[in-house]
Design a protein around this ligand. Structure first.
Ligand code: SF4
Length: 135
């Protein structure tokens, strides 16, 4: 059963093949394949995506100074917005269904300042949702 943390429940919907390195992308694709077939379990720490990340050190995100605290705060916000509790078991489809409803506060809080914004902006669904925010 794939293990996912809060902010990945939102950001992964806009993934389209880019990542830190080949191993990271390969793992990410595999997790995305699994979430379509199996139920997922929610965690508030390192998950199945983080496991292949080159910036994971001692179960902490070392992408930049303060990154671990930042992603944990993003996780909490994501779970609050999606009304999901740590440890919950659910279907990816249930999460997907709610993305349009929570996209506006998420975008306003995080996307504008995110290093991945340019790649997410190439995703047609992200573009569609962003238009709704700007309208
Ligand atoms: S721009 Fe960043 S915060 Fe926004 S959905 Fe993409 S990866 Fe997540």
């Amino acid at each position: 059963m794939p293990l996912l943390r809060g902010h990945h429940l939102i950001c992964l919907h806009f993934f389209h093949g880019e990542g830190y390195n080949e191993a990271f992308v390969k793992n990410l694709k595999e997790v995305l394949r699994k979430v379509e077939e199996e139920e997922i379990r929610i965690t508030n720490g390192v998950d199945d995506i983080c496991k292949a990340c080159p910036y994971l050190k001692d179960d902490r995100c070392e992408y930049a100074q303060g990154a671990d605290e930042e992603v944990r705060e993003m996780d909490e916000t994501a779970l609050k917005l999606l009304n999901i509790k740590k440890g919950a078991v659910l279907k990816w489809e249930e999460v997907k269904r709610n993305i349009p409803w929570i996209f506006s506060p998420w975008y306003s809080n995080y996307c504008y300042d995110c290093d991945w914004l340019k790649t997410c902006e190439d995703n047609p669904e992200f573009q569609r949702l962003k238009k709704e925010v700007i309208r």
